[in-house]
Design a protein. Sequence first.
Lengths: 388, 388
Amino acid sequence: MASVFPLADLKASVKPDSRPGSRSDSSPASWVDTIIKGDCVSALEALPSHSVDIIFADPPYNLQLGGTLHRPDQSLVDAVDDEWDQFASFEAYDAFTRAWLLACRRVLKPTGSIWVIGSYHNIFRVGATLQDLNFWILNDIIWRKTNPMPNFKGRRFQNAHETMIWASPSAKAKGYTFNYDALKAANDDVQMRSDWLFPICNGAERLKGEDGKKAHPTQKPEALLARVIMASTKPGDIVLDPFFGSGTTGAVAKRLGRHFVGIEREQDYIDAASARIAAVEPLGKAELTVMTGKKAEVRVAFNVLVESRLIKPGQVLTDAKRRYSAIVRADGTVASGGEAGSIHRLGAKVQGLDACNGWTFWHFEDGQSLRPIDDLRSVIRSDLAKAE
Amino acid sequence: MASVFPLADLKASVKPDSRPGSRSDSSPASWVDTIIKGDCVSALEALPSHSVDIIFADPPYNLQLGGTLHRPDQSLVDAVDDEWDQFASFEAYDAFTRAWLLACRRVLKPTGSIWVIGSYHNIFRVGATLQDLNFWILNDIIWRKTNPMPNFKGRRFQNAHETMIWASPSAKAKGYTFNYDALKAANDDVQMRSDWLFPICNGAERLKGEDGKKAHPTQKPEALLARVIMASTKPGDIVLDPFFGSGTTGAVAKRLGRHFVGIEREQDYIDAASARIAAVEPLGKAELTVMTGKKAEVRVAFNVLVESRLIKPGQVLTDAKRRYSAIVRADGTVASGGEAGSIHRLGAKVQGLDACNGWTFWHFEDGQSLRPIDDLRSVIRSDLAKAE
DNA sequence: CGTTAGCATGAATCAGCGC
DNA sequence: CGCGCTGATTCATGCTAAC
């Protein structure tokens, strides 16, 4: 795990027609669970198309900080106070952003999604570029820091958050993973909001060099990555991080039973990340089972209830308040007045609505009480479960 | 107060060499404390250069809404489908943004600053354009909504915030007002953070038409404007709002002893704003010193414990008498037998009850003893206390 | 008059599949 | 790609009507 994969070897090893490791693939490609050493864009271009499930990117923010300014290639911009050069530097940053995002798009599956984190120095340029490239923004997520650095000069508000953008590769790409039900259940049964509260990475979690100094300047907290990965991937998915740094993405992905691919230029970071990831113990299957809702359940159609005699032809169904009633027919349709149709269509029609979920609208008599016909599907489902 | 100032009159009345009403000017110019009817850019161009102290702008968000959206109860969501929010493309939106920002820059004093509010639909384009025009971003501020609209389809995170950008006219313009000490004193003696918590505008504060419908689709809460104005202006300053709408900026500015200038195209909005502002009673000098901020309620969900590794996936929870047990999963749900769900749902299910407080029901091993998982929230809350 | 149940609503880029 | 069908999906708050 976490072996280092030199870019040259990768180029030699990847077969153009090879399908990469996916959810159902038991033998993942050789570049999976490795750190690729090299430039972000070149490394991305060496990976197969549509091969990763999500991308988490923490690109450089180094924009107009202090008196010096670095270009994406790390060369120094000398005259920051020159108006033209400032404009040029934004252009350079935009070109860099465009290049790596384009390379990411090719590597990302159509059913995938991308996360990018940044601060006000760069996130507006990243967001605009994402839109220009026809990525489709799903949410912007605010990481609220419990313990941000104070503003020392007292000339601004304390900069207490960072922004993440979550996007799918296009407006029409709706196949992205979002574990809504698990997130809601984990959040005390209310849906997860777009503002998240986490401490910054400090203490034992923070990687230190031999000199005791922090190994990486912007190491992200594992809790943040854990929520990102739990929200938008399934176990076995491949998570790509094109700015791998200290390897938080890889460490959390491994712990959570996902595959990772990291891209990183600097050998020191690669060494630190490799050792870190090697020490991670993955969780077992039981712990990684993701809670799903009704959408993921086996489909049981209404006629199955009729055929199995849980509902009998001629039986009367009503709504919860007994304002409307309908008669069940042997073919699995229901009729009321002169109208007939599916439980959904008829439910909509009697209420004068465009749509209706017949499963929760229609009820049947059960002794003294009324129960939704949806309750009967669980009977069928438990029989199906025993049959397996 | 709040008289309507037709654009034609304004053009005639403004003397090019006149110095506008400023902090020390006892006879403000005629366009101060008026609503100018007309197009945003044209009206701005008719105002004198360097004449206003701050600008608060709530431009169209360029929402790109597809069809209709229904709530789970089949009622229709009243979306923002107004003509003024429609743009043909990102390019068109960018050109519009550039035009009004350039016009704003000329009108803004070198010692002034500008606020722009938006959502992920437009804020990245606004931020990038601000930077392109050499505005200097001071902070991005997150308005966290206490009561945002839910996500009805369960396909994204609940969109629970909007973003404001606060910028000075150039990197060298350091003369902007920032009432650091007042903000800190109002915030229990810790510096004001970049994430603010406020309810959306509803109830009595929300302007209604004669038909009882909302007068403006996107009226902002006065509390939000109050913090903006208290943070970045002095009494007597002139606050310009180029997208005046229902006039929240003017109402709050008047109440807080500041002057306002509004620009608005639609007569209905001008009428509503004029009446609103006329009814505002300005505060006395004594009240204009300290404002208190609303604090966040401390809610800690179960997944926060899992993400922060206080509770680990795979760990066994039991009730106080060890009659029931459950296993923690990485997604923040718990499982027991074939059942799984939130700590509350599963607690109820194993006991055969309708409801259960999972926080006090489930316990974890702590050395020799069992402790309720609720105890672990205090660890998180001590971090939280620092954050708010 | 007080309490409660029910309903309305807010800047929303909000479904998935089979034919 | 479009159409049609199945059937899944909401949090906080304030106002009104009912009790």
